[in-house]
Design a protein around this ligand. Structure first.
Ligand code: MF3
Ligand code: CO
Length: 291
């Protein structure tokens, strides 16, 4: 049961403002959507200004760590060296790498090469080769706030097909972002990405997706990239989630490494690409908090 909040009571969001000067109007609008059958976000995933500020600051660390990787990544290095770059830079900036020990994940970053779709575990034995494409997925906890973003890197001379896949997957993020605005629906983000990927002849991974982020590593909603138009959760200001489609050159079928129980691979061995941003829904559109 939810106790009704008076107009002059403090807002539920923790802003310290009176309800009537804060979320009252938005709640009434959300309620009208609910009455029309829309799935609406639970209050706990709607962030106030202070929380968005905290996630943005965490995102700055995340961005700086990825910039540092970008400056130092090269053929001949091991993915364990990338892990060490990420771990040391994150800590130098006052953050904690969120992946380390998350549900037993053994390293501070995910590194996924070629047919590895995501959740690759850095290793001393895995050496970056000329022609590889690699996703480096960095997630930071800073002053209690979580941010999450990933980039692709092309190592040396990458085949045209793979390079195009990497570029198109970045464009898919833009296509998804164009759907992020208050009172649009989450399904349109995934639908736009899916339509775009299919139009280029790719397949989109269905089983894994994005997520709410900020107060925890993984929050609601689940962000799929194979959704239908005009379905899914209503987007409202203060929601923060990731857009992180995994787009495959070949089949969308995947399997999980039986030995480490983490790394996801394409069934046919064809390359997969992924970029990830953390995005906030604002009053009139969106703000990227990590990229
Ligand atoms: N950064 C990944 C994501 O985007 C997190 C994977 S969980 C980990 O959701 F433990 F593998 F890091
Ligand atoms: Co993520």
């Amino acid at each position: 049961m939810q106790k009704r909040i008076g107009r002059n009571d403090p807002c539920w969001c923790g802003s310290g403002k009176k309800y009537k000067d804060c979320h009252l109007e938005m709640d009434e609008k959300i309620k009208s959507y609910k009455l029309r059958g829309y799935k609406i976000p639970p209050r706990k995933i709607i962030k106030n200004k202070e929380q968005i500020d905290g996630i943005r600051t965490s995102g700055k660390v995340n961005i700086a760590v990825l910039d540092y990787v970008a400056e130092n990544i090269h053929a001949g290095m091991s993915t364990e060296e990338i892990n060490q770059l990420v771990d040391s830079k994150t800590r130098e900036l006052g953050g904690i790498p969120a992946p380390l020990n998350y549900e037993g994940f053994p390293k501070s970053v995910c590194t996924s090469i070629n047919d590895a779709v995501c959740h690759g575990i850095p290793s001393e034995e895995e050496i970056l080769q000329d022609g590889d494409i690699i996703n480096v997925d960095v997630s930071t906890i800073y002053k209690g706030y979580f941010s999450d973003s990933s980039r692709m890197f092309c190592i040396g001379n990458v085949p045209d097909e793979s390079r195009k896949l990497v570029e198109d997957t970045l464009e898919a993020i833009q296509v998804g972002l164009a759907e992020v605005r208050p009172f649009n629906r989450l399904g349109n983000v995934g639908a736009a990405i899916h339509e775009f990927a299919l139009s280029k002849g790719y397949q989109v991974v269905k089983e894994i997706g994005g997520h709410g982020v900020g107060l925890e590593f993984h929050e609601d909603p689940f962000v799929s990239y194979v959704t239908r138009r005009d379905t899914g959760m209503l987007l409202v200001p203060g929601m923060v989630f990731t857009i992180e489609p995994m787009i495959n050159l070949g089949t969308d079928e995947i399997f999980i490494d039986e030995e480490n129980d983490w790394t996801v691979y394409t069934e046919d061995g064809a390359p997969s690409a992924q970029w990830e941003v953390s995005v906030a829904v604002t009053e009139d559109g969106y703000e990227i908090l990590a990229y």
